[in-house]
Design a protein around this ligand. Structure first.
Ligand code: ADP
Length: 570
């Protein structure tokens, strides 16, 4: 779209959309709204928006005092906590760039990301001190490591270096904290700085935060969000037909703050003065249930794997957490069985959202229109929903031609909008994924006349059998309809006759021993016979990515030499 010269300018104040304004608004008008944080020792820390704003001001002062410059990237390696929340607002508020880093990535990826971003200051959780100590020798650019705790806790952590957060940490403790330049605890870092800060009037297009894609294909790429894109995204996800957020909500982002700005929930909570509950590193179902129940959480958000486990916990307890009304489920397809069970057994509304790191991340949300006919409501339920205002979608064939919005034609999903990436950080070459004014998502989808988008698969996960496509998501959703299936993953494996055929990996519900033929019979009620997996393999667990999604890449590697038990069926 080209911009047309203005005939007449509007006469409205030019107020940039800034993260500091979100924090000031929350502190000024919703100062008492609670902020609760699960601390490393499992106790709960309590504060409110006013407290958070005062500490963020001290932090901004401290960052300025150590010479952090506008536009400079400042990294965090941390779980969800109120200290992390202070960093969320103080770093972009003073004009620097919050660079959230996923501590579950492999050390080589972490090194690459921290070097590529050029981070000089890293804030980290005390549990991650051991990991930092091993990374530090190859990160000469990092001049300052600030640990999110007080002096006594840092002394304890340094003495023990007892972190076991990362698989690689089992391999040894490296050089210890001596490798960490400028090591300091967070409370000492803040000490002496005033509780007010003159937040600068920044350009709303200035970079505010940086998040690298998880790099399931190739090296991770940096997505650089602007002040404006974050504020607009927070506004959009709060709408009634999206997550319907308000000052009456207590919001629990299970989605980590190192993953795409925790889906924008910290920013949206500040916008509305909602209460926030931040779960730290304890993300098992029983801990989450207890936290939601104890703190009166009304809305929580995370990937399907988390909610499948929480559903089991609710069934064991015989009820839902007392105030829970809605669950935002996204990051991977929400199995209809999960949404149905949460609704029918516990009266919880599921808001199924689709997006990616490059889309900030929320682009579509599934919420039925009021009084929709039952058949349409069911379609909404099984879809990823409609685009939010501010983003636009298209589905194209292999030659880039737009496909009909008939709910049947499927092709690659394109997206564009005010919070969609236009380029990757520090990449000089034109990113392959950017096609004209659209971002090509790599997802295969259908659009229908109601505006509903249905993600059939990721293009790299779709199973290509005899020239036809089988959706791995459909296979998994169908398998989950069997009462004894706890988790399922479908992958395409090389087949001598059909190119690829589907294989289903199943984790059985504890105490059950489902039968292969039974699972296939259950799935056969939902799909054509040639879609059915050629084999069902029972496993004790399935691999997940650093963000908690099923890792089909790992599975395909694990089963690379797999031989089918019999010639594939057509
Ligand atoms: P990664 O999964 O590699 O960590 P992202 O978090 O950016 O990176 O993931 C984005 C991808 O996740 C999308 O392209 C899509 O394939 C998948 N995804 C996200 N939400 C959904 C959803 N609701 N349904 C199906 N797939 C989804």
């Amino acid at each position: 779209m080209t911009t047309v010269a203005t005939g007449l300018q509007g006469l409205m104040m030019d107020q940039p959309l800034l993260l500091s304004a979100l924090l000031e608004h929350a502190a000024r008008w919703h100062g008492n709204a609670p902020l609760v944080s699960r601390l490393p020792d499992a106790s709960l820390g309590r504060g409110d928006w006013s407290h958070c704003a005062r500490r963020a001001a001290r932090l901004a002062g401290a960052l300025q005092a150590v010479g952090v410059q506008p536009g400079e990237r400042v990294a965090t390696l941390a779980w969800n906590s109120t200290r992390h929340l202070e960093l969320y607002f103080a770093i972009p508020g003073m004009g620097a760039v919050l660079h959230t880093v996923n501590p579950r990535l492999f050390p080589e990826q972490l090194r690459h990301i921290l070097q590529h971003a050029g981070d000089r200051v890293v804030f980290l959780d005390p549990q991650l001190l051991g990991l930092a100590a091993r990374l530090a020798p190859s990160l000469a650019g990092v001049r300052r490591w600030v640990v999110l705790c007080d002096a006594a806790e840092l002394a304890l952590a340094a003495a023990g270096l007892a972190a076991v957060e990362h698989p690689a940490e089992a391999a040894g403790q490296g050089d210890g904290v001596a490798a960490l330049q400028g090591l300091q605890d967070y409370e000492s870092f803040l000490a002496g700085h005033p509780e007010t800060f003159a937040w600068p009037r920044l350009d709303e297009q200035a970079a505010a935060s940086l998040c690298y894609t998880s790099g399931t294909t190739g090296l991770p790429k940096g997505v650089l969000y602007s002040q404006r894109s974050i504020v607009l995204h927070a506004m959009a996800i709060s709408q009634p037909d999206a997550f319907c957020l308000s000052a009456r909500d207590t919001v629990l982002p299970v989605v980590p703050m190192f993953h795409v700005n925790a889906w924008g929930l910290p920013h949206a909570a500040a916008m509305h003065g909602a209460a926030l509950v931040l779960p730290g590193a304890r993300l098992d179902a029983d801990s989450l249930f207890a936290l939601m129940d104890g703190e009166g959480v009304t809305v929580a958000a995370g990937v399907p794997t988390v909610w499948l486990a929480v559903l089991e916990a609710m069934r064991r307890v015989g009820r839902a957490p007392r105030a829970l009304q809605r669950l935002v489920i996204g990051g991977a397809a929400c199995p209809p069985m999960l949404a149905d069970a949460l609704g029918a057994e516990f009266g919880i509304q599921v808001l199924h959202a689709w997006g990616m790191t490059e889309t900030s991340p929320v682009a579509t949300v599934a919420r039925a229109r009021h009084a929709t006919p039952a058949d349409v409501a069911a379609r909404v339920h099984e879809s990823q929903g409609r685009p939010l205002f501010g983003v636009d979608l298209e589905v194209v064939d292999g030659d880039g031609r737009a496909l009909a919005h008939d709910g049947a034609s499927q092709g690659e999903l394109l997206v564009r909008g005010a919070w969609v990436a236009s380029a990757y950080f520090g990449e000089t070459a034109q990113p392959g994924a950017l096609r004209e004014s659209w971002f090509a998502t790599g997802d295969v989808a259908q659009l229908d006349a109601e505006g509903l988008v249905r993600i059939t698969d990721r293009s790299k996960d779709v199973i290509k059998s005899g020239g036809e496509w089988i959706s791995s998501i459909e296979l998994e959703n169908a398998a989950l309809l069997h009462a004894d299936v706890q988790e399922a993953a479908a992958i395409g494996l090389a087949h001598p006759r059909w190119g690829e055929r589907p294989v289903l990996l199943v984790v059985a519900r504890p105490g059950s021993a489902p039968d292969r033929a039974d699972i296939l019979a259950c799935m056969a009620t939902r799909m054509a016979r040639w879609w059915l997996p050629d084999d069902v393999i029972f496993v004790s667990s399935l691999p997940h990515t650093a963000t908690g999604k099923l890792s089909k890449l790992t599975l395909r590697e694990q089963y690379r030499d797999y031989r089918f038990p019999e010639p594939g069926k057509s």
